[in-house]
Design a protein around this ligand. Sequence first.
Ligand code: HH3
Length: 327
Amino acid sequence: LLTEGQDYHLEQVSAWPHSSLRLGQVSGLALDSDSNLVIFHRGDRYWGPGSFNGQAEYQERSLGPIQQSALLVVDEAKGNILRASGRNMFYMPHGITIDQKNNYWVTDVALHQVMKLSGDGTDRVLLTLGEAFTPGSDKQHFCQPTDVAVDPHTGNVFVSDGYCNARILKFSADGKYLSEWGAGSSDRRRRVPFQIPHSLAFLPDKQEVCVADRENGRIQCFIAETGEFVKEIKKEEFGGEVFAISYSPAGDGLIFAVNGNSLYHTAPLRGFVINYSTKDILDTFSPETKEFKMPHDIESSDGSVFVGDAGSSSVFKFTNEKLHRSV
Ligand SMILES: O=C(N[C@@H](O)C(=O)O)c1ccccc1
């Protein structure tokens, strides 16, 4: 008998997508209100060693914004493109999340901005946080912000900031700064500051926000209301870097994660299914068709898991074979 959400064996759906999506570096994935997969990618732009100077200022403004459609809405069953948008708006796409009203919240690490866009394909900019091309670390500036998470109950918005800051900021739904936490926290378990807070997941049934603290190779979870530290999940199996996380309330709560290569460790690149309460790794997975190169974001939707890879410019789909096997 399958206990809900506790039995996992994810396998790649090798024939997905049915036809090539002609993607650039895939930086972010999100699910929209129709359970379509939204892919945030970089078209012909890529983040290389010369993209930013020592002050995290973007060096390729002369290229102008990416002309390809950086936002693709694809059908999660077959992977065919339902809608393409996001042209001439972005310089270096990074994170994306979609809120209860189907608005897209995206981050761009070249613009150092967070934008709230209409999710109807017109990409109307409803809100912008941060000053274009201007890195900073006060209440009005980010430094290469990496992701956004939205609390469905309050509408509050959390921003992981970023490659060159080490904090999480909280804003109201209409963009008013509320609070932040991170480096230098007094909590002894948090004395080690974040090192690239790289991906966020909101846990609606627990009212917590979790962060993939990438270079510390750990996941940390906090009370959304107060920013108070709740728990840390750090596993040898991660191999030193956690790139992205996603959450499902199934069972006691499941955290999906992907790891990465670090300068100091090389571990096999793979996905993880982790029981939030026990911290047990329930399953690990990786593609059969080709290796992960830089798994950069992960999204879960009842029984399926999607991984966006910035290294191979592709999206992989996995399904939980335990659910589909007759018992
Ligand atoms: O981490 C990096 N990039 C990825 O996360 C990404 O592409 O978002 C990176 C860092 C320094 C130089 C070049 C790339």
